[in-house]
Design a protein around this ligand. Structure first.
Ligand code: NAD
Length: 359
């Protein structure tokens, strides 16, 4: 493939995915297509911005005419689609932004791929003979589309969708659209659904970077409800590597769950962060526990998510490369070494959001 568009490449996960593709595909031009919303930050890609196979194009996926210009310029062979509104709390206060970007934006991209690519009529429910794969629409999604689990059980690729928030409903709709374009028009596609990511460059509205930032600054650590909400966590670089491997090796028409086999209740996770950070900041053991502050629960809050990533492991041999404790240590070190990045993203727009959310 000569040209691959990665949407949302200036965001948290997208920037790691762009880096993985740029480094591993020197003969392919990687086009980072991003609108640079509050969550997009080209600082995330400073280390690779001068690589000869990397280009940035500012474009908004809700504006088909802006997308068309990029498609005409590069005639892409594949699209790896991450651009999205991604924060559940924001989806509760402004659902339309999520529907516009996540649903309409995905449809705009699919329509352009349909127009630019010669689709293969020789498929069965979106599954194509491997040797005929010339193009690929790879859609990056979330485990939140599956809804909430009880105390036991795992999400499988075959679990029925049951999204509970405007964010997860908009992602579910976009997953359905991608599969529908596969089934109806012969669009070669892959979908992967991943659990919660953490790691460097994570915008500090999400739990782990918010707590890291607030422990540094001795501010309250807001925890929803009783703190017993359970999530599976994956180090973002492991997610980026999984995406690259799936892109290269998986069959079209496939869905993969990606997860860390790593469930934590929020309260235990925050205590682990406090343990590691107090040690690194040379504070007395448990010093920052006084910052824990239980806040009013989010409406429609899913109790537990847990991914079963066995299929990906069996088919492609993928597994996470770091334990949670190692990944957290790397993450904390990154934030302590990049205080300027944190200060830059926590000014202006973020301050307004933060004061409304947590006042
Ligand atoms: P993010 O919010 O950090 O980044 C989103 C990026 O998309 C930003 O660079 C932003 O500028 C860009 N963007 C937003 N609206 C756009 C538009 N209209 N046009 C073009 N670009 C636009 O998000 P993230 O956490 O990196 O998530 C990336 C993807 O991975 C999303 O699709 C999300 O649903 C999915 N995902 C995230 C997680 C997670 O834990 N963060 C887990 C599983 C799946």
């Amino acid at each position: 493939m000569k040209n691959i568009i990665i949407t949302g490449g200036a965001g948290f996960i997208g920037s790691h995915v762009v880096r993985e593709f740029v480094k591993n595909n020197p003969d392919t031009t990687i086009i980072n297509l991003d609108a640079l919303t509050y969550a997009g930050n080209l600082e995330n890609l400073k280390d690779i911005e001068n690589e000869p196979n990397y280009v940035f194009e500012k474009a908004d996926i809700t504006k088909p005419e802006e997308l068309r210009k990029v498609f005409e310029k590069y005639n892409p062979d594949a699209v790896v689609h991450l651009a999205a509104e991604s924060h559940v709390d924001r989806s509760i206060t402004d659902p339309m932004a999520f529907i516009n970007t996540n649903v309409n934006g995905t449809a705009n991209l699919l329509n352009l791929c349909k127009e630019f690519w010669t689709l293969n009529p020789d498929h069965t429910h979106g599954r194509f003979p491997d040797e005929k794969r010339k193009n690929l629409f790879y859609h990056i999604s979330t485990d939140e589309v599956y809804g909430s689990l009880g105390e036991t059980g795992f999400f499988l690729e075959t679990t029925s969708y049951d999204p509970q928030s405007p964010y997860s409903a908009s992602k579910a709709a976009s997953d359905h659209l991608v599969r529908a374009y596969g089934n109806t028009y012969g669009m070669p596609f892959i979908v992967s659904n991943c659990s919660n990511n953490y790691g460097p460059n994570h915008f500090p509205e999400k739990l782990i970077p918010l707590c890291i930032s607030n422990i540094i600054n001795e501010k309250p650590l807001p925890i929803y409800g009783d703190g017993k909400y359970t999530r599976d966590w994956l180090f973002v670089i492991d997610h980026a590597k999984a995406i690259h491997q799936i892109f290269k090796e998986a069959k079209t028409g496939e869905t993969y769950n990606i997860g860390g086999f790593n469930e934590w209740q929020n309260i235990d996770l925050v205590k682990e962060l406090i343990k590691q950070m107090d040690a690194k900041l040379e504070r007395p053991e448990g010093y920052s526990e006084k910052l824990i502050s239980f806040v009013k629960d989010r409406p429609g809050h899913d109790k537990r998510y847990a991914i079963d990533a066995t299929k990906l492991n069996k088919d492609l041999g993928w597994k996470p490369s770091v334990t949670f404790e190692e990944g957290l240590a790397k993450t904390i070190d990154w934030y302590l070494e990049n205080k300027e990045w944190l200060e830059n993203v926590t000014s202006g727009n973020y301050q307004d959001y933060y004061s409304k959310q947590y006042s």
